[in-house]
Ligand binder design. Structure first.
Ligand code: HAM
Length: 419
């Protein structure tokens, strides 16, 4: 019996992997233009990191983490998201000491034990970015403008930027008290999870996925209506900057996000067509207290993550061919050694070159070259080689020329350069 993959994870096969690479290249170029540097964070982290950042009473920490003890009993997990690890790395490596502003991006797999469905996997990938060290609302607008631009540059059309403000440590406590009062009054209509959360973390009740709960929650007080003067001013400034930059957005007063670390700005980028139920392509917001809560200095933060599986599902299929050889080297008779040398020299020059592995007939080697999509075939036959020549066949034009062996490499490199 063969062994199958783990539920909720996928292989990215040649062809699809090239499409992902192309998208990642665009993302890297955009990050560079906006002044972001790459950070590579580990895939395993301490379980505690996410308990203290994403929050103990969240779906992610309560139900979705891949948590396991290592051989000494230390509780580790596969990272469910990238913000907390970036903040941990920022603190641990004292990045704040070299520059008061850190602009970091990451691309990689994340893990959540969710019920798999279209657009929702247990191993999925994020393109994420975090800015640490800037409290000004202009930064929020800059980050939002960037994510909208990035998604557009990648070829996605039909997304809506949904925006809200979640208040901060000053105004949220009063809101939570009001919310808790409301939730207690409708307790009987809420699910078991909500019963528990309304006591320990009432904000999390608002993103309960249960439909019955959602209907009741439509009557709940709104966080955006309970903002203190500073949070309100911040939110207004973010919106004004977005309008100035011509970035379209929709205010979404019920948007709360499923992670505890957010304050003030929170957003989601939602696909208006093409994704079905799991239509949130990217999401993020501000997390000003997180660095301090994880043991670092009091440095504000703001960022986002794009879900790559959802992003790729929105992109036009386009060219998804795996890399094709430019040249196929066909060896006829005892010319294998020369063929291999030519192929290796060309590869060292950066020309994609392939050869047949078995001593097959010229006809079958040409068939293979055609199948691989090679544009040229170098034919090395015994007689020709003795005469110091090879045959270079242009597969598209169906023409072939004799080329002196001594000049073959130069000639092929020139054709590759002018392709
Ligand atoms: P998140 O909303 O949990 O935020 O995830 C961001 C994006 O990852 C989602 O919008 C979605 O596209 C994708 N995603 C999440 N879960 C899955 C899944 N199971 N399968 C496929 N795609 C998924 C965060 O992770 C925050 N760290 C974002 C952030 C960065 N906030 C500030 N900085």
């Amino acid at each position: 019996m063969s062994v199958a993959s783990v539920k909720g994870v996928r292989d990215l096969l040649p062809g699809e992997a090239e499409r992902w690479q192309a998208a990642e290249l665009v993302a890297r170029a955009v990050f560079r233009a906006y002044g972001f540097a790459e950070i590579r964070i580990p895939i395993i982290e301490s379980n505690e990191l996410f308990v203290r950042s994403v929050g103990e009473a969240t779906d992610i920490v309560e139900k979705e983490m891949f948590t396991f003890p290592d051989r000494h009993g230390e509780l580790l997990c596969l990272r469910p998201e990238g913000t907390a690890p970036v903040v941990r790395a920022f603190i641990e490596n004292k990045l704040y000491a070299t520059d008061p502003v850190a602009k970091l991006f990451y691309i990689g797999p994340m893990f959540r034990y969710e019920r798999p469905q279209r657009g929702r996997y247990r191993q999925f990938h994020q393109i994420g970015a975090e800015v640490l060290g800037v409290a000004e609302p202009l930064l929020d607008a800059e980050v939002l403008e960037m994510v909208v631009h990035l998604v557009g540059r990648l070829g996605v059309t039909g997304v809506e930027l949904q925006l809200n403000s979640l208040g901060d440590a000053r105004c949220r406590p009063a809101f939570l008290t009001a919310l808790q009062g409301f939730l207690r009054s409708v307790r009987a209509e809420l699910c078991g999870d909500c019963h528990r959360r309304l006591e320990v973390n009432p904000l999390r009740v608002l993103d309960c996925k249960n439909e019955g709960c959602q209907a009741v929650l439509a009557r709940a007080p709104l966080v955006s209506e309970a903002l203190c003067a500073e949070c309100r001013a911040h939110y207004e400034a973010v919106k004004a900057s977005l309008r100035q930059q011509g970035v379209a957005f929709v205010e979404h007063p019920r948007l709360v996000r499923g992670l505890d670390y957010y304050v003030r700005t929170a957003f989601e980028l939602v696909a208006t067509t093409g994704l079905g139920a799991k239509n949130e392509v990217a999401a993020g917001g501000r997390y000003d207290g997180l660095v301090r809560d994880l043991g670092g200095p009091d440095v504000p933060g703001m960022g986002f993550a794009i879900g790559m599986e959802r992003l790729m599902a929105l992109l036009p299929e386009g060219s998804s061919e795996p890399a094709q050889p430019f040249l196929f080297v066909a060896s006829v008779g005892q010319t294998g050694e020369a063929a291999w040398r030519l192929m290796t020299e060309l590869r060292h020059e950066g020309v994609p070159a392939e050869a047949g592995y078995e001593g097959k007939s010229l006809k079958s080697q040409l068939r293979r070259a055609h199948k691989l999509g090679a544009l040229y075939v170098a034919i090395l036959g015994e007689d020709e080689l003795n005469a110091g020549q090879i045959t270079l066949r242009d597969m598209k034009a169906q023409r072939q020329d004799a080329v002196p062996l001594a000049r073959a490499r130069q000639e092929i490199v020139a054709r590759w350069a002018s392709r």
